[in-house]
Design a protein around this ligand. Sequence first.
Ligand SMILES: *[C@@H]1O[C@H](CO)[C@@H](O)[C@H](O)[C@H]1NC(C)=O
Length: 337
Amino acid sequence: MDLDVVNMLVIAGGTLAVPILAFVALFLLWPSALIKIYYWYWRRTLGMQVRYVQHEDYQFCYSFRGRPGHKPSILMLHGFSAHKDMWLSLVKFLPKNLHLVCVDMPGHEGTTRSSLDDLSIDGQVKRIHQFVECLKLNRKPFHLVGSSMGGSVAGVYAAYYPSDVCSLSLVCPAGLKYSSDNQFTQGLKEIQDLASAEKIPLIPTTPEEMSELLQLCSYVRFKVPHQILQGLVDVRIPHNSFYRKLFLEIVSEKSRYSLYENMDKIKVPTQVIWGKQDQVVNVSGADVLAKSIANCQVELLENCGHSVVMEKPRKTAKLIVDFLTSVHNLENNKKLD
Ligand SMILES: *[C@@H]1O[C@H](CO)[C@@H](O)[C@H](O)[C@H]1NC(C)=O
């Protein structure tokens, strides 16, 4: 009888111990493991699968859902220091019957990081083209989406490889020229004048700087617990030297105005989505694009900063789907003519 009670306690204790131990272990391994599990779970829920593809000795990592079909496939290019999973919040609101591909940009997450790699916007465009060829994604023209740095790459891609792309969504793209600097750009100039790349706001090294980055990128001011900020910055720190190198490359003379210099070569229907309160890349860039691209429609989002996809995922998804539908219908009409 006593033995039974002991046994019962042992079993009960054992059953409880597993989740408790797992939780403690996660906390100790916090945060990268927890963040990885979080994205793994989210991808699983949304039906996104991760794959790798090789071009010579270069590896691309991407996630996808669905298969190429009647409607154009959608390729999504993320921004500086982000990764393919930043699109998940948007994917959640996209129809299941679309073929979606989200790739890790050169040097980010699962895609090769090499000191020899050309990280200029031009270099990235060429890499993405290799990726597209590997996947044979351009068997039929696809819809290209890019945000921030990825927006600059997407626009230049459409200019360089016009037959690959059927339409384009640029979400607060970088790479344009402005008549006056915003606070962020002014700050950058000072950094460059000082020739010190230590204090770039997009490359936080402490929880406090991480908090400032979140404030800089989003419209809503939210208070994030210190522990979480620490976690968010901890997973970035091992990559900071790469981020510095990449950042200096994309703001260099060669890349800084890449989109601006190529936008007149964009001939496909283009949609520009921008948060009105973007503090990183000013919303007035939307006008610059609209004036230069013949078939361009602009969507400005109220109460939205630079992190458009994170802040307005539902709205952004709807805009992209509506845009695709309208472009698609136009094509149908042409066929009827
Ligand atoms: C940013 O864009 C807004 C809206 O076009 C404009 O009023 C403002 O002057 C711009 N700010 C800077 C610093 O260029």
